[in-house]
Design a protein around this ligand. Structure first.
Ligand code: ADP
Length: 320
């Protein structure tokens, strides 16, 4: 079945200018199944996600919830089993090999948690940044200039000739960000980029991502466990069991967050996943009591007294 996901309601947070931005990423009922020997592992089970051009968002969730799988699909490194996923003009389910190579080289940049995975040890910082441009066929002079410009933007103008082993973990990650941005991608994916560095370095890495997001308009998705990073982005999407489950959205004025609101994802079948903390706080199980009000829906744990003082056991079953 095809489904027009552009018709999906947008949360009321979005100020007009953001809501006017075109949708850049559309994941619709995305499924990824890994087959290991005779076993099937469902890593994504019907994931829906919309991301607007130029957004900077974080993806959080317990280990095994499908974050890396989603990043690999968005990065063109893995293909989904079913569903729909579009990034810009690319339908990632139907890419030819040629499209795939172009997509990985020009549309998307990747920063990995393991600093060693991002950089070649025998090249200087500048040579590392130039490498993707060389593979894309840019002339030497342009490579040289752009690498210098990018290293300056990530605050490493004085480290250009250093090899990775002479840079701190945080500096290496900032070089990695410059490498990822070398071919001017429209999408920057960072999988736990601050996972192996101290707080000060994490702060610098975050600052660099934010700056590039603002200066180049690149859409940034950061997978993180680091709640300080998660609180500094505009939108935090929570994942659970291979689906998006919650969202925290912030309204910003300049660099300052002026409001924060938590949302749950309502899927097309009307299913709503409550945050685990809410379920625990009110000891909700199996069933919850609902009431439709004029502007909202109220949800109580089943065992809770009703607002008018009745206990659930006084029910005559008429509602069941
Ligand atoms: P997260 O990044 O949130 O920790 P992953 O996307 O790595 O989650 O994993 C989601 C699920 O898919 C897990 O159950 C994991 O074991 C499984 N999985 C991920 N990659 C593979 C793979 N290459 N082969 C088999 N199973 C995988």
């Amino acid at each position: 079945m095809t489904h027009d996901i552009t018709a999906q309601a947008l949360p009321p947070y979005a100020d007009a200018s953001e809501a006017d931005r075109p949708l850049f990423i559309e994941c619709d009922n995305l499924v990824k199944i890994y087959k290991v020997a005779d076993l099937e592992v469902v890593a994504l089970q019907g994931l829906d996600l919309l991301v607007r051009e130029g957004e900077m968002m974080a993806l959080v969730g317990p280990s095994g919830s499908g974050k890396s799988t989603l990043m690999n699909i968005l990065g063109g490194l893995d293909t989904p089993t079913a569903g729909r996923v579009r990034v810009g003009e690319y339908n990632l389910l139907e890419m030819t090999r040629r499209d795939q190579v172009f997509y990985r080289r020009h549309m998307v940049g990747f920063v990995w948690q393991q600093t060693a995975r991002n950089l070649l040890p025998y090249l200087t910082a500048r040579e590392n940044v130039e490498l993707p441009m060389a593979l894309a066929g840019f002339p030497a002079r342009e490579r040289h200039e752009r690498a210098a410009d990018l290293l300056e933007r990530v605050g490493l103008a004085d480290r250009m000739k250093h090899h990775p082993d002479r840079l701190s973990g945080g500096e290496q990650q900032r070089v990695a960000i410059a490498v990822a941005m070398a071919n001017r991608p429209r999408l920057l994916l960072a999988d736990e980029p601050t996972g192996e560095v101290d707080n000060t370095s994490a702060e610098q890495i975050f600052h660099v991502l934010r700056t590039l997001n603002q200066e180049f308009g690149v859409t940034v998705i950061i997978v993180t466990h680091d709640m300080t990073v998660a609180t500094r982005v505009d939108r935090v999407v929570g994942m659970r069991d291979g689906r998006t489950s919650t969202e925290i959205l912030r309204r910003r004025e300049g660099d300052v967050a002026v409001g924060e609101e938590e949302y749950a994802i309502l899927d097309r079948a009307g299913r709503l996943q409550l945050p685990e903390a809410y379920i625990e706080a009110l000891d909700m199980r199996d069933r919850v009591r609902l009431r439709l009000e004029e502007s909202h829906v109220q949800v109580w744990p089943e065992h809770h007294a009703r607002p008018n003082g009745e206990r659930p056991h006084e029910d005559n079953g008429a509602e069941e």
